[in-house]
Design a protein around this ligand. Structure first.
Ligand code: GAR
Length: 227
């Protein structure tokens, strides 16, 4: 799938799905406000009526919608309703920003390669819940976060962008989660921006980005070679 034009006539319409705090939603809205992300949040949908992210969305002038999974007989019917609401709002790209549900083909198929998820680990390591805790338990020296397209395989879809940071000696889950989150706030808007510019192509498991300079060959080594 390719999006060819890098000169969009109008901002990319986003649908953001949330379940909790909403700091990644805040980061997206900040980048839009600063003029660094040519997008607009067409709707914020939550599966939790009391998610703080909803309040944030309302304060920032976004349309919001709460859909309660308990009101639907099956997961597929719930996801069908979410897909319908996204279409109604003209959403072009869906962002799962702390949306803590596994989604079904009823949502994935109509938005194939148009749903991005942020995960707080360097996938494919540490999929699923409590990713930062898993990283600390595994004793890894480098941790990070990943934005990927959502497919039927949970946390295994094509990777768009990752950020890596060194784990500090003796670091616990809470501290690592805080530092990883700062990187999430950088890479989520960047992934959306690349998509909005029509530079993202998915081939099998691989995402290629058109017109990128080759990254410098700078290794993140932890513990450092000196000291
Ligand atoms: C983020 O750390 C995000 O990576 C994680 O939930 C948090 C939501 O924070 N998502 C997952 O673990 C998905 N598997 P936020 O509500 O402040 O954006």
């Amino acid at each position: 799938m390719t999006r060819r034009s890098s000169h969009r006539p109008r901002p990319l319409k986003l649908g953001v799905l949330v379940s909790g705090r909403g700091s990644n939603l805040g980061a997206i809205l900040d980048e839009i406000r600063r003029g660094r992300l040519r997008a607009e949040v067409a709707v914020v949908i939550s599966d939790k009526p009391d998610a703080p992210a909803l309040q944030l969305a309302r304060t920032r002038g976004c349309a919001t919608l709460v859909l309660d999974p308990k009101s639907y007989p099956t997961r597929e019917q719930f996801d069908g309703a979410v897909a319908g609401a996204l279409k109604q709002h003209g959403v072009e790209l869906v962002v799962l920003a702390g949306y803590l549900r596994i989604i079904t083909p009823a949502l994935i198929e109509p938005f194939r390669h148009r749903i991005m998820n942020i995960h707080p680990a360097l996938l494919p390591s540490f999929p699923g819940l409590k990713a930062q805790w898993q990283a600390v338990e595994a004793g890894v020296k480098l941790a990070g976060c990943t934005v990927h397209f959502v497919t039927e395989e949970v946390d295994r879809g094509p990777i768009v962008i990752q950020a890596a940071i060194p784990v500090r000696p003796g670091e616990r889950e809470a501290s690592l989660a805080r530092r990883v989150l700062r990187q999430e706030h950088r890479i989520v808007p960047r992934a959306i921006e690349l998509y909005a510019q029509g530079r993202v192509r998915v081939t099998g498991r691989t995402v290629t980005i058109r017109g990128l300079r080759a990254p410098k060959d700078t290794a993140l080594i932890n513990p450092p070679l000196m000291g």
